[in-house]
Design a protein around this ligand. Sequence first.
Ligand code: FER
Length: 256
Amino acid sequence: MFIMDDGIRLNLKLDMPDRMTEGKCPIVIVIHGFTGHMEERHITAVSRTLSEAGCAVLRADMYGHGKSGGEFGKHTLYKWLTNAMTVIDYARDLDFAADIYLCGHSQGGLTVMLAAAMKHDEISGLIPLSPAWMIPEQARQGIILGQHFDPDNIPDVIPPWRYTGLEGNYLRVAQTLHVEDAIDRYHGPVLIVHGEEDGDVPVHYSVEAARRYRSARLVLIPGDTHCYDYHLDKVTEAVKAWISEQIRARNPYAGG
Ligand code: FER
């Protein structure tokens, strides 16, 4: 289904939980990474696990990605953030939605970290998966996707690499974001999962984020990559255990 975000069409997919009691359930918004989309293997696996654990799951394609509107080359983190806020508002207005959780992978993990800070009063828990929260810091240092650029003279189009056509405005926006402030503004429970052999986002960023959040659990997956090529089952296991604890903690008298 599609919803509109100020003229941009956002592709959403809602899956209801396997079991539902009393007509209400938690809802988890799940956001893919840079160049990703909602049907990627790791996104669908985590979403499925959340449904099995009793959550409604709302997957969303962000601006310039998947089946949503906008051009890839014109996407920025500001656009993804306003998209995320629109999706959160949509979820909040669903009549079966109880608590709202956010989950995102990589650049989607960064997005949900920032969105949770903005909507800290509405978000019951946060699941950044291998979050790429170094993007703003590296944009200030002059690094993107492992390539160097002059951070004070940003080109109109980011020098060609694996992905073509990404405009310099992506970097100008990223340079303004300060993720530490966002971490400090969110006090709810957090689960961070990261593969120890991640070649795209170094694992130490998650160690640092988990230390900085007021209430975080960190699950590191030995031998695994950025998109969990080897141990996706360990990711879903960690997510299932954590979300079940959150649901139980918030509904102490519920059965099951
Ligand atoms: C970068 C490192 C990682 C970057 C993006 C990522 C755009 C994100 C990857 C992902 O979302 O999977 O320098 O710059």
